[in-house]
Design a protein around this ligand. Sequence first.
Ligand SMILES: [Zn+2]
Length: 222
Amino acid sequence: MHALVALLLAATLASGRPAIVSKPIPFDAQRRAETARYAQRHYGLSTWRLSRPKVIVEHYTASTTFSSAWSTFASDVPDAELHELPGTCAHFVIDRDGTIYQLVALNTICRHTVGLNWTAIGIEHVGTSDASILRDPRQLAASLRLTLWLTQRYGISVANVIGHSESLTSRYHRERYAPWRCQTHGDWTHADMQAYRARLAALARSKHVALSRVGGPVASGC
Ligand SMILES: [Zn+2]
């Protein structure tokens, strides 16, 4: 093998970046403007840009196909629950066969978790329960590899790899709009996330990757 090729291959393997299929949703100037308005209203930050993310939030789609999730996130319409723009989205969706799709650039705020969008990367899993994803070896392996790579890339602690249902006790939770201050969802329960984080820590150990443990939940007041 050519020395340079060997060097590049070694660098790629060391980075731990899993294979990612690019399937961008439309994120034009209008959606960016809607995102900046959302960030201003809910976080006091007038920007659509995600910089130095501190949290990774795991979700499941409550549907059974990648294409339906992609279509929901692509359609920039007010969400059915909270009726606000921009439409909801996630940076990544992991399909049941373990394919990792990226829908939104990592420098862009995506609307997936009330209180945390300003600093959180969102990962959706095609499926109807977190237990089903924990039981699916291919989907779980892809999820753990993606999440571990993101923790290394951004210096994110395993304590800040959370399920959507754990959003209110994140130390990074911020919500200026009072009616939403205690709003969350049930996806990825604390018990299932404890199992997920243990698997993530085991993967890091097996790859000799240092995974920070600093932080942890805080009282929500909800
Ligand atoms: Zn969710």
